[in-house]
Design a protein around this ligand. Structure first.
Ligand SMILES: *[C@@H]1O[C@H](CO)[C@@H](O)[C@H](O)[C@H]1NC(C)=O
Ligand SMILES: *[C@@H]1O[C@H](CO)[C@@H](O)[C@H](O)[C@H]1NC(C)=O
Ligand SMILES: *[C@@H]1O[C@H](CO)[C@@H](O)[C@H](O)[C@H]1NC(C)=O
Ligand SMILES: *[C@@H]1O[C@H](CO)[C@@H](O)[C@H](O)[C@H]1NC(C)=O
Length: 377
């Protein structure tokens, strides 16, 4: 493989280090040019899109969102610090893609950094999150991405643009809102049109069409994130009479994960030259919630940012009070994990994806043979 420099004249340790660096680098970047990410998601991945939606009721534009990120001012992330996608991208040295709605987004910025289309309140289904008035559903995010492909085609020409998108890493991370802000709320018609099984089937049919649409638009490396134990977010607990996790919501998350995992395996076998990986952090988050102390947390059932006894608080506000040590809380607000919890989730996903699919993306000679010490040393 021409991408890995010749190893035979190097000392073993140097060769090993270089190989590891190369493998990770190649997995992410391919051999030519720099790979970037395209992120499709909801509030767990939003880095500012909703701040630009003037009528949206789902915004992280007030303190204390972002208090542990950069300047500490709100930046559109629905947490105190980094999102899971931030942490995974950082881990593999991929640039953090800016929000699609950011007015400074240009072709050059896209070529350097990719784009993040994620939007708080968004779901796989168009009807999800309707009461937030404005949010970008996954279909809408894909339409916006189509616009991005046109832009890049005009800039680079068809062939180079195709290569650019084929090398890109596509993250798709939605689904929680389809339950929490749709199916599990009686105000939405999906809650009475479907049952637990048929609703998950409906989500899978839709997600399949969406992944095929992305593939059609040139995506070849796709990662889909599964759901956590969403019945244990503080909002769901406070809505249950016992204060315990809502087992029905947790079961739905598990059946979503199972079905999505199957869908991805099936699609990967059908789509030429594409890798589609699925990973979730359900088990580890479930364990953190049951045994917070084991992981260095001190609270796993209430939000760090809250309006005292007023629960659910819906959002974090300047009038809210913060917990004393933000790194000890699993949840930042009623819905969203804290930076520390996101780190734990990201590390689990990194493990599950196996360094973002190094093995899948590198048509490499077996590492064992490549790192064998040279007899000429
Ligand atoms: C990436 O994540 C892995 C697994 O959690 C960790 O061991 C490693 O130190 C991280 N690397 C970087 C550069 O963040
Ligand atoms: C969902 O919304 C998109 C626009 O974002 C539209 O093109 C599509 O037809 C809608 N799909 C359904 C099933 O309503
Ligand atoms: C898959 O990739 C190979 C090598 O890049 C290429 O020759 C082939 O045409 C591709 N197949 C399809 C169906 O895109
Ligand atoms: C954990 O929380 C309890 C009260 O819930 C408090 O007394 C204790 O000091 C906290 N420990 C740490 C390490 O923050």
């Amino acid at each position: 493989m021409h991408c890995v420099p010749c190893l035979s004249n190097m000392k073993f340790n140097e060769a090993l280090t270089l190989l590891l660096v190369s493998l990770v680098g190649i997995a992410i970047q391919g051999c030519h040019g720099k790979a970037v990410q395209f992120i499709f998601g909801d509030s767990l991945s939003d880095v500012g899109n909703n701040m630009y939606l003037s009528k949206s009721l789902a915004k992280a534009s007030l303190p204390y969102y972002g208090i542990d990120f950069g300047s500490g001012l709100p930046n559109g992330r629905f947490t105190n610090g980094r999102t899971v996608a931030d942490i995974i991208g950082d881990n593999t040295s991929l640039p953090r893609p800016p929000a699609f709605m950011d007015p400074s987004l240009t072709e050059d910025v896209i070529l350097e950094n990719g784009v993040n289309y994620a939007s708080g309140g968004g779901g796989i289904l168009n009807e999800t999150g309707g009461y937030f008035i404005q949010r970008l559903s996954l279909w809408r995010q894909i339409e916006l991405f189509q616009g991005t492909t046109e832009l890049i085609k005009n800039k680079l020409g068809k062939q180079a643009a195709e290569k650019f998108f084929q090398d890109g890493l596509f993250v798709v991370a939605l689904g929680s809102n389809d339950f929490i802000n749709n199916y599990l709320m009686p105000v939405y018609s999906d809650s009475w049109k479907y049952n637990d099984q048929t609703f998950v089937e409906y989500l899978m049919e839709t997600l399949q069409e969406q992944l095929l649409a992305l593939h059609n638009l040139g995506a070849r490396k796709l990662m889909v994130f599964g759901l956590g134990p969403m019945g244990c977010i503080p909002l769901q607990r406070v809505l249950s009479t016992s204060g315990q996790c809502q087992e029905r919501a947790n079961k739905l998350a598990l059946s979503f994960n199972k079905a999505a995992s199957k869908l991805l395996v099936n699609l990967e076998s059908k789509l030429p030259n594409a890798t589609l990986k699925f990973g979730d952090a359900y088990d580890v988050v479930d364990d953190v919630i049951r045994n917070p102390y084991k992981y260095g947390f001190n609270n796993s059932n209430s939000p760090c940012c809250s309006l005292g006894k007023i629960r659910p608080a819906l959002t974090c506000l300047p009038a809210s009070t913060l917990c004393r040590d933000r790194s000890k809380y699993v949840f930042w607000d009623e819905y969203h994990p804290s930076d520390s919890a996101n780190e734990l989730i990201a590390n689990e996903l990194i493990k599950k994806f196996g360094f973002l699919g190094v093995n899948a993306y590198v048509p490499a000679p077996a590492p064992e043979s490549a790192i064998a010490p040279s007899p000429h040393e």
